[in-house]
Design a protein around this ligand. Structure first.
Ligand code: ADP
Ligand code: MG
Length: 353
């Protein structure tokens, strides 16, 4: 089942002054996982709730497999959802929680038993039937929430930060788990997340939102390699955006501490999208004025994270493998040359970006 929305808008507040989503259009391919990514308040949950039918749009439409379901009630849309804090029914066992949707639909008890058994196997929690939610770990609870969402065989699965409340290690585990689960079920899934790593790792299609609008949509690699603007580059690649000007065939940034060869006219405004791992540093010898300097070095396992202060007081995050750092002989306070050869430098489209 493919999902698409067309020019969907929703405002909140007494005088409709709060923008939830603003003329959002995108399509989520059938059988895939599509991530709705964006910072807090960008409209992700509103969008998901509109698709589920939990909110009514001011204008625009929701299409499931090409059929307009904008006016179809929630229960007839065939969607299953899981929210970040989707509390399971605390007074019900795991079995009853998973069976809930089927019981409501008055399915035969033999059918319910079989389906719940299948689902618990699918989420790898066979044997937990008689436990209560508070006898489960946070991760197990979300797996049960997922089993419950899948019980009625939804055509679309809507997940709103399903792992958001869990600690990092469990979240990363569940990410892999969800990916394998999806391979088995092939249910068209929309995943809301503010975590770019989660989005890039799990989905083949990403819709990046900002202030209720779609900033860019595409495959993870497309968006990573061809970000439409600085916001996309920083949100998806952790890039910092520096603006500068072309001077004698070179793009020059931060009072000439950084430069890169470009094929642009002198005086043109340029921007560099600098990802921490794309920067190379080279120690400068002797007395140097107006150079970038290393002000912080943190070793994190096999990588080293550095903070470099530029002459205009901008700070640049740099990351490199530990062996490269050790070989470079760079120390705290050292002046360095910042090599931008691996960095994307382009004409600035808009001075405001
Ligand atoms: P996200 O999930 O990306 O954090 P939301 O969709 O929850 O963002 O919110 C988008 C915007 O809409 C925010 O400014 C939020 O405050 C506002 N908003 C969402 N739901 C409501 C509501 N029920 N009443 C008023 N404002 C809301
Ligand atoms: Mg949200």
């Amino acid at each position: 089942m493919s999902v698409s929305v067309e020019l969907l808008s929703k405002r909140f507040g007494r005088s409709r002054e709060v923008v939830g989503v603003d003329r959002v259009s995108f399509s989520a391919p059938e059988h895939g996982i599509t991530s709705l990514l964006g910072p807090s308040g960008s409209g992700k949950s509103t969008l998901l709730r509109l698709i589920a039918g939990l909110e009514v749009p001011d204008s625009g439409g929701v299409l499931l497999n090409g059929d307009d379901v904008t006016k179809t009630p929630v229960r007839e849309r065939g969607v299953g959802f899981v929210f970040q804090n989707y509390a399971l029914f605390r007074h019900m066992t795991v079995f009853d929680n998973v069976a809930f949707g089927l019981s409501v639909r008055r399915a035969a008890s033999s059918e319910i038993g079989e389906r719940v058994g299948d689902l618990l196997r699918l989420v790898q929690l066979t044997g937990y039937e008689h436990r209560f939610p508070d006898q489960l770990s946070g991760g197990q609870r979300q797996r049960i929430a997922l089993a419950r969402a899948l019980a009625t065989r939804p055509r679309v699965l809507l997940l709103d930060e399903p792992f958001g409340a869990l600690d990092t290690r469990v979240r990363v585990e569940l990410r892999e788990w969800l990916s394998r689960l999806h391979e088995k079920t092939q249910v068209t899934t929309l995943l809301v997340t503010h975590d770019q790593e989660e989005a890039l790792e799990l989905s083949e299609h990403v819709v990046l939102l900002r202030d209720g609008r779609v900033e860019q949509a595409g495959s993870p690699s497309e968006m990573y390699e061809q970000p439409k603007n600085g916001f996309v580059a920083s949100f998806l690649g952790g890039a910092q955006v520096l603006t500068g000007r072309v001077d004698r065939g070179r793009a020059v940034f931060a009072r000439e501490a950084l430069s890169a060869e470009v094929d642009l006219k002198d005086g043109d405004l340029v921007e560099a999208f600098i990802r921490p791992q794309d920067v190379r540093l080279e120690k400068l010898e002797g007395t140097v004025t107006r150079a970038a300097r290393v002000e912080r070095v943190v070793r994190v396992g096999s990588t080293v994270k550095l903070s470099v202060v530029l002459p205009n007081d901008d700070k640049l995050a740099v990351q490199m493998p530990r062996y490269e750092f050790d070989r470079g002989g760079i120390g705290l306070g050292d002046p360095v040359r910042v090599d931008l050869r691996e960095v994307e430098v382009r004409a600035a489209l808009d001075a405001s970006e």
